[in-house]
Design a protein around this ligand. Structure first.
Ligand SMILES: [Zn+2]
Length: 281
C-alpha cells in the first residue's frame, strides 16, 4: 500500500529484506511524477499497481535519483519520460550495454561491475530476461530542472553528496517536501564503508537551503526536520573530530570536545570518516 504524505504526495516504503528503496509519487493537476523506478521490473509493477488504485493524473515523468541499480533497474516498466542528470546517464549507459543472462551476470559480479546482491535480485525478480535491455533515459539535465505538473512545481537539482557523485534531489516547494534518494548516506569503496568527509558540509548546505519540513530517504522512508537535524548534528560532530586515519585520536578528540563518549550513531560515523581518511591515503 502507498503511504499518503499529503493530498499530492505518496510513497512506497523501502523494503530492506529485498533491497527495495523508497519510491515516490507527486501529483499535479495534469500529470504525476515518480521518484526512482524500483530495483527491478517487478518492483516497478508492484508500484504501478498501487498507483492504479488511486485516482491520480497520468504518470508523465520518472526521475532517477542516482545510478545505483536498486533505483533504476525497473525503468523499462514506465510509459513515461525518464529524467536523469548527465552523470547518472553516463553510468546507466554501462548497464544498457549489459546482457542479463546468468552467465553474463556472473561475469559482471566477478569483475566487480555488479554486486552479488544485485545479481540475486535480478535472478529472483526477472525470470525471463535473456533478451532484456535497459532503455535509455529520455531527458538529461546538468545542474537543475524545474517541472510543473499543473499547479505543482518540482525542482530537480544535482547536489554534492557523501554517497555518490551523481545525486539528484527533488524538492516540492508548496509542500516543503524533499526526496533525497541516498544522497545523505555513506558509501562503500574496496569493502570499506565511509562518508566522503570533504562533501559533508557542502551537502548539508545544499539540502538545508530548501527549508524542507519532510525528508524522504532511499532506505529510511521518511524523517521530519527534527530527526534530520539530529542526523546532521551527529554527522557534523563526528566529522569534526576526525583529522587522520587514527580512530584512537578521533575518539580522544571527541571526548575532549564534547565531554562525553560518542553515542552509537556517532561512533558509527566516526569510524566511517576514519575509513574515508584510510581510502584517501
Ligand atoms: Zn545508492
Amino acid at each position: 500500500m502507498l503511504n499518503k504524505l499529503s493530498n499530492t504526495i505518496y510513497y512506497l516504503s523501502n523494503q530492506d529484506n529485498n533491497e527495495r528503496p523508497t519510491l515516490g509519487l507527486v501529483c499535479g493537476d495534469s500529470y504525476s511524477l515518480i521518484i526512482d523506478s524500483g530495483n527491478s521490473p517487478q518492483h516497478a509493477k508492484d508500484f504501478l499497481l498501487e498507483i492504479e488504485k488511486l485516482n491520480v493524473p497520468p504518470v508523465k515523468y520518472v526521475v532517477i535519483t542516482h545510478a545505483h541499480w536498486d533505483h533504476f533497474l525497473g525503468m523499462n516498466e514506465f510509459d513515461a519520460t525518464v529524467i536523469v542528470n548527465s552523470q547518472t546517464n553516463e553510468i546507466i549507459k554501462e548497464w544498457q550495454s549489459f546482457s542479463y543472462d546468468d552467465r553474463s551476470l556472473k561475469s559482471y559480479v566477478n569483475t566487480n561491475q555488479m554486486s552479488a546482491m544485485c545479481m540475486n535480485i535480478i535472478q529472483t525478480d526477472m525470470p525471463n530476461r535473456n533478451s532484456f535491455k535497459l532503455k535509455s533515459p529520455d531527458v538529461i539535465f546538468e545542474k537543475t530542472l524545474t517541472i510543473d505538473l499543473g499547479n505543482k512545481v518540482c525542482i530537480l537539482e544535482k547536489i554534492k553528496s557523501t554517497h555518490s557523485e551523481d545525486s539528484t534531489v527533488i524538492y516540492i516547494p508548496d509542500e516543503k517536501v524533499v526526496f533525497l534518494g541516498d544522497c545523505a548516506y555513506g558509501t562503500t569503496t574496496n569493502s570499506l564503508f565511509h562518508f566522503k568527509q570533504s562533501l559533508l558540509l557542502p551537502m548539508i548546505k545544499d539540502i538545508l537551503k530548501y527549508n524542507a519540513e519532510m525528508f524522504l530517504l532511499g532506505h529510511e522512508s521518511i524523517c521530519d526536520s527534527t530527526e534530520m537535524d539530529i542526523y546532521w548534528r551527529e554527522l557534523t560532530r563526528s566529522s569534526q573530530v576526525v583529522k587522520s586515519s587514527s580512530l584512537e585520536d578521533a575518539l580522544e578528540c571527541f571526548i575532549v570536545e564534547n565531554k562525553r563518549d560518542p553515542n552509537n550513531n556517532e561512533l558509527f560515523f566516526i569510524k566511517a570518516f576514519v575509513n574515508d581518511h584510510i581510502i584517501q591515503s
